[in-house]
Design a binder for this molecule. Sequence first.
Ligand SMILES: Nc1ncnc2c1ncn2[C@@H]1O[C@H](COP(=O)(O)OP(=O)(O)OP(=O)(O)O)[C@@H](O)[C@H]1O
Ligand SMILES: [Zn+2]
Length: 827
Amino acid sequence: MPLFVDVALPVPLERAFTYSVNGADAPAVGARVLVPFSGQRLMGVVIRVHSVQPTDGFEIKPVQQVLDDAALLPDELMKLAEWIAQYYVAPLGEVLRGMLPLNAEIRRTLLYRIAEQGRRVLYEGAAKGSSRRSKLTPEDQNKEYAVLNALESGGAVKLTSLRSSTGANKALLEGMVKKRWLTREVEADERDARRLEKIAVLVDDVRLPKLNDNQMKIMVELSAVGGRLRVQDLRSFGVPQSTLATLVKRGLVRVEEATESFHLGGVHAPGKKHAHEHALNETQTEALAGIAAAMSEGGFKPHLLYGITGSGKTAVYFAAMRRMLDAGKASLLLVPEIGLTPAMAGQMHAAFSDEVALLHSQLSPDERAEQWHRIRRGEARIVVGTRSAVFAPVPALGLIIVDEEHDGSYKQEETPRYNGRDVAVMRAKLLGIPVVLGSATPSLESWNNAQNGRYALLKMEQRVMDRPLPAVELVDMRAEFAQTGAENIFSRRLIEETQATLDRGEQAIILLNRRGYSYVVMCRACGDKIECENCAIAMTFHKPVVDSDLHAEPGERLECHYCGYRRTVPKTCPKCQSEHLYYMGAGSQQGEERLQEIFPAARIGRMDRDTVRGRGDMERLLQRLHSGEINLLVGTQMIAKGHDIHGVTTVGVVGCDHALGMPDFRAAERVFQLLTQVSGRAGRGDLPGKVLVQSYHPDHYAVRMAAEHDYLGFARREMQFRRPFFYPPFGVLANVLVQSQELNEALAWSGQLGRWFAGRTVQGVRVLGPAAAPVARLKRIYRFHLLLKAQRRSDLQAGLRAMLQHAEAQGIPRKALVVDVDAISLM
Ligand SMILES: Nc1ncnc2c1ncn2[C@@H]1O[C@H](COP(=O)(O)OP(=O)(O)OP(=O)(O)O)[C@@H](O)[C@H]1O
Ligand SMILES: [Zn+2]
């Protein structure tokens, strides 16, 4: 009879915790339980059931509630979680939390109780009156006493009822907890996350009567997104609620209730075929044959599908997934963060209708939980999603595909810091199924695996319909400056070509990979840049815009793109009070303004994180581009990703050079990828494309080889650079961040670790640093780092674990250390 369970909890500790089952039936391994943990009730996953009395002397508490009758996670995913914990040196409980997007099923309630200290304050304070030494206002002090009074009986009282009875807010209560006047408890309980949502649906085939502006707005929004939208989303357009009711009354719109609310109509250009409607050409057929062979053979087989931009990779993915479905099996398609565009969603629905489940970052917790259960019940056998969809509990999974496998958004930048692409390969291995990584610009890690035979290489080196790749022209900005004597954003060649494109009735897009107006504000007197209060980062100047209808931005401001901090624009330098502030570096907002001046007749749109903020924003922009309403699009790297807009014949690239100077060994690879991907947006329709790349380093191999569409040449060259330094793929690395709000601590702790490494040989591991991180302060936290390199992964992992043990023995708090295995960002 098992008496104990070991539970993995979402806390930053590399161990499980033992609880008793108290005579009840033991929960299954893989089931969720609620357990007490340092004054809170936490949700964890059972990882072992046993009857071994723990001997570490801690009091064993009982499990409070068992949430699942059986394992919620199949064995396969439990194994995957263990692998991630091991590989990324991350606590298993935190890995499991990321795998189970079911927080919505837990209701958390905050409760407060009076503490000894609080009681003393209450009685003494009552005798002496309020304290003059307190930093609080007299009102807040009064509220504190009201709270102490309300809690005097000793029971635990909910935050919500304290708030209404005393007027105290959460901040005030937390302040009292800090002073040890109160204690706080967290209660967790099950709740039903499934709930119906109201969706406005456009009624087909009705003649439009005369409508007022607000009514028109709703009709336009609805048709722009394909006829369905959550009522909740309509509210954000600032239209009174009664307007929708009027439209319903007039029979133009109906309101439905549904549990699944991510219904994308999909953006689709008239006359353009969906990916699955094309008969595959020869190149595509060959690639599919390679995948199909692996599917019928069975067993783990990784493939790298190197297919140039516009070669029609999507249609190959669809065909492979269709075959799987015909064989009764499910497929998982991972796409980058920005890749799950409405266009992709629309195509998925067109091809697979109800079999599709979409998992993406804009789902609410409830929607996520709903999708998760739907997938687990086997109701959706085509699962498409961003990074964490790699954990989707798909039964009978037969194939995994990772689109744009090189994309940085597959890397999670918080614990567990896994790479979705690499986890996909591991999951396929555990399941014994084929996996396909696709890209026009494969990461060097994957390319190397293909070169040394670990991955099968499939190539698609032709665009569909024998369309040519665009001609790329490099514009040397040094010569441009010498000839014009002016620091212009856009070169004469780019202006000329853009004008010609617009004159021919075609479309152009221009990449300006920084958002905002000017990305540096510098003082000409003292030379200082205005930095964020919280981060060692120059602040970006933003102008206000009142965009046609939806977004009214606040006034002129400086903004930190790392922490979001905003401030008004100072008239004088904060350091030396000089009035000579100088705005440098053009962002996309300034680009748009300048383009409007140069091409007054152009219909310009902008795509960056300031204009693409909510659900539907991207969709609307793309729709306007497809319809031709926009003929000139400017934007950040968002515009480079996967879009298939047939009218675009000209692409311009402005200021991608600065990325070459980043302190990161992948700088050249990133520039090559971005240039290749953005160039790939040109000439995807009947007309050939043309690309102009403005550069201050036109001779740099990344720039030159991107212009020549020479991925193979670039990969060869880049490998030569990495080999002698043992950079990936010739070695493995981990970045260890040491961080603290106190500069002294961050400095001392990183020094301690550095000395520890220097004082011994850690088998097979070389250590660089410690040094200040390139972003030395972020969100008020000081950051130092060490870079660990090894040729064998086992050495790296052992080295990291030994380091963590040493840190623990030295009293360096675990949360001060961020271990990033296979780090993508070294900033
Ligand atoms: N066999 C085919 N014949 C004609 N057109 C096709 C064929 N297959 C796909 N297409 C079309 O070719 C275009 C490009 O396909 P797709 O978007 O899949 O390219 P891709 O390889 O993913 O490129 P990128 O890497 O740039 O995203 C799409 O419009 C698609 O509908
Ligand atoms: Zn900041």
